[in-house]
Ligand binder design. Sequence first.
Ligand SMILES: [Ca+2]
Length: 445
Amino acid sequence: MTRRQLLSAVAAAPLAAAQKPNVVLIVADDLGFVDLGCCGDNSIHTPNIDSLARDGVRFTDFVVSWPACTPSRSSILTGRYPQRNGLYDMIRNDEVNWKHQFTEEDYAVSPEMTLGLDLREVTLGQLLKSAGYATAAVGKWDSGRARRFLPTQRGFDFFYGFANTGIDYYTHERYGIPSMFRNMERIKESGHATDLFTREAVHFIDANRARPFFLYLPYNAPHGASTFDKQAPQVPEEFLARYKGDRRAQYKALITHMDAGIGRILSQLKQHSLDANTLVIFTSDNGGGGKSNGPLRGGKATLWEGGLRVPLLARWPGIIPAGSTCSQFASTMELFPTLAAVSGAKLPPVHLDGFNMLPLLQGKPGKHRTGMFFQRRAGKAARIGEYKWIDSPGANGLYHLPTDPGEQRDLSGSKPELFHQARSRWQAWRAEMDAAEPRGPFRDY
Ligand SMILES: [Ca+2]
């Protein structure tokens, strides 16, 4: 240890003992339910993420509020249903999917540019900032790209990343539109997005090691690149080489690359002796695309479990028992009230749809979720206890998840009361959402 390191360690040490815990919330993008070594797929090399499960808790029945990016993230940020906070669909331009190439002028007035999370919503950044935390959002914001919606206007002291829903990992463009920001300024840097996010995350931890900090780190890996050039490499060769000949080589390499970044972040915490006083959470914003969700049916964009169920890992030495698993039902809407409890922040005076799940993380008796409701366009679903009701174009029925996680055996004929009860509870929930205080950008208020 150099003299400078020694002095800084001495300066930081007495504070650390009495300090509020730091929080690092890592959100992967489109990572399937089983696509980690610790979650079942040993062909995917994720030693650092796996270490969170080894040293903490892994949930087996944890879901998101919507099976794709924007609305799912809105619930992470607010602790509320997308239908309540207003962000109940993607805020992206579908034109690019049909090969429309924007000019800068075009794009400035596009839906993607003008829409975002309602400014009356309280974000996790605001919540933890109110408790005295240094706050940063590093990675994929996806909650509005116009300046008023950017993280630094929404409770985060620092932002490095992109604000729309996807980019090319190397050019940082979304279908030709430059998309990377540092705070409020659009920037152009070279490097892989995962490496840049890791670099900025490590720097933020380093700069704020002597005070409580909240790092929201939504990597965009392993999401497919939003680029016209589908042949362009999107992950460093050294990571790709491991999966040579694998049909899903790029996807798996993007995960392993992100895992290496997470390894650097965990090392940085350890180096500053912050690991004991830091809650690290890892999850995904929705299930994997296609058939990458192990025993679960469906994937991203569907209301089957494959679209909704994601890994949740949490490490907090001395507070969360190492190597534990939790099979209780919970969701990303729980993160907001949980982090309020962890940070000592006062809850905002709004209706929250989540609850404090800290006892669940600790393996203690406490509240767990008994029901949850989902809507994606014409698709509806409800989770009532162990049962899941789904009524979607091309998909419907009632399934008993503990014995049928693959949602194969429709029980609606043999359990008609449960089927009708689930449907009527969904309708009551929908009526509650309609009666809630209107929020933009999609609600008419
Ligand atoms: Ca996603």
